[in-house]
Design a protein around this ligand. Structure first.
Ligand code: 57M
Length: 358
């Protein structure tokens, strides 16, 4: 919005020319988002406390979690606000890719909101039924994938990092494939969100990495130099991703151990979907698996545990997702979180290195 308000004035006041630059607006979005989160955060948490929107802790989990009983949840509402407003303010709103990413994120937030609302406000411990939740997630991802397929001006070819010439034309299979990426990432981030700061850290490293990837993909000269697919208009997603990154940074202020607030499904589902949809648009689906390795490991740990338990009656881990396994092994919560962050930073660096290793 600011682009249209200020950029035209540059003929009279030259400094307004900076609004033309994605880099300037990316910084603007990040600063707005983090300030919004940190300034509104305390009042938002008080509001959740007043409404008694507190987490109830399952009694079959690690004992250390019992002290978290009643911690305000649904803090993801703050994250969504800190993604929505800065994106509307700083992004080029004629860019279809930004709208697809933003609307998909908000709709996944709505699914998370209904799930949390049933669990926390209506005290229905199960929230939305798994099948209902999955149905709505697939429906939204289907609409997003069709929008990318028909209006996204994105190639339907899957590119493989490390192998310059390797590419797979997905054709119409692009749509179901994109649904798997978006829904899978959304649920994997949700599974990861089980310790203070555990999900926001890797979401920050992944969104920062994708911010750079989106900028490179949208810049014809850089994309040609790096031999990555050029995606016209993808650079504008950097503004959106800066808001995602900074909203997590601001939220972490309150979510760091001992957490004053949890994000709830209203936060975890949209954050995962945002990363998934950006990976699809910028043609970095495979890099998402590498960069978001923590989310992949958390999801695989659950799959392995469930399959092993059903087939053999024995567990492969003390408890799934894998962060619970380390808790039951006696690792302090902060140690698990910081170590998972370290792995996530290393994976992000490795992902960025693939830009040259092709
Ligand atoms: C969400 N939610 C946290 C909070 C957060 C299939 C199965 C593996 C599913 C899985 C599951 O339900 N995962 C989804 C995990 C919960 O956090 C809330 O949920 C939101 C995210 N959706 O924002 O509102 C608890 O996590 C802790 N927490 C923090 N700090 C945070 O910043 O400490 C969350 C955020 C909170 C709090 O304690 O209450 C959760 O874990 O429930 N199910 C599980 O993870 C369960 N695992 C399980 O059943 N494993 C079995 C299966 C796979 C065979 C096994 O290994 O044998 C465990 N979950 C819990 N207790 N709480 C079981 C024990």
């Amino acid at each position: 919005m600011l682009l249209y308000l200020f950029y035209p004035l540059y003929t009279k006041i030259a400094v307004f020319n900076v609004f033309k630059y994605i880099t300037f607006r990316t910084f603007g979005a990040a600063i707005t988002s983090v300030l919004l989160c940190m300034l509104i955060g305390p009042a938002f948490i008080k509001f959740l406390q007043k409404k008694q929107i507190g987490q109830s802790i399952r009694d079959d989990g690690p004992r250390s979690h019992y002290t978290k009983q009643g911690t305000p949840t649904m803090g993801g509402g703050l994250i969504l606000l800190a993604v929505l407003l800065p994106t509307l303010l700083w992004a080029d709103l004629t860019n279809k890719k930004v709208w697809i990413a933003l609307i998909t994120t908000l709709l996944f937030g709505l699914v998370g909101y209904f799930d949390d609302y049933r669990k926390v406000v209506l005290k229905n411990s199960k929230g939305l039924r798994v099948k209902q939740k999955l149905f709505f997630q697939i429906l939204i991802a289907l609409v997003a994938s069709l929008a990318i397929f028909y209006f996204g001006e994105v190639s339907h070819v899957l590119k493989f990092p490390f192998f310059k010439g390797m590419a797979l034309d997905l054709g119409w299979f692009f749509v179901p494939f994109s649904i798997v990426v978006i829904v899978g990432c959304s649920n994997a981030v949700n599974l990861t969100d089980g310790l203070d700061g555990l999900a926001v850290g890797p979401v920050m490293t992944t969104s920062a990495t994708f911010l750079l990837l989106a900028y490179c993909a949208g810049h014809q000269k850089i994309a040609t130099y790096l031999q990555i697919p050029f995606v016209s208009g993808a650079g504008e997603l950097s503004v959106f991703l800066a808001s995602v990154w900074a909203s997590c940074l601001g939220f972490l202020w309150f979510n760091t151990y001992p957490a004053q607030v949890f994000m709830g499904d209203v936060g975890s589902l949209p954050l995962g979907a945002a990363l998934g949809v950006v990976a699809v648009i910028t043609k970095n689906e495979i890099l998402l698996v590498i960069c978001g390795g923590i989310f992949v490991a958390e999801a695989l740990s659950v799959i392995a545990q469930v399959i092993s338990f059903k087939l053999t009656g024995r567990r492969v881990l003390k408890m799934a997702p894998i962060h619970h396994h380390f808790e039951l092994k006696g690792w302090p919560e902060q140690k698990i979180v910081i170590r998972f962050w370290i792995i996530s930073i290393l994976l992000a660096l490795f992902t960025l290195s693939t830009l040259k290793l092709r």
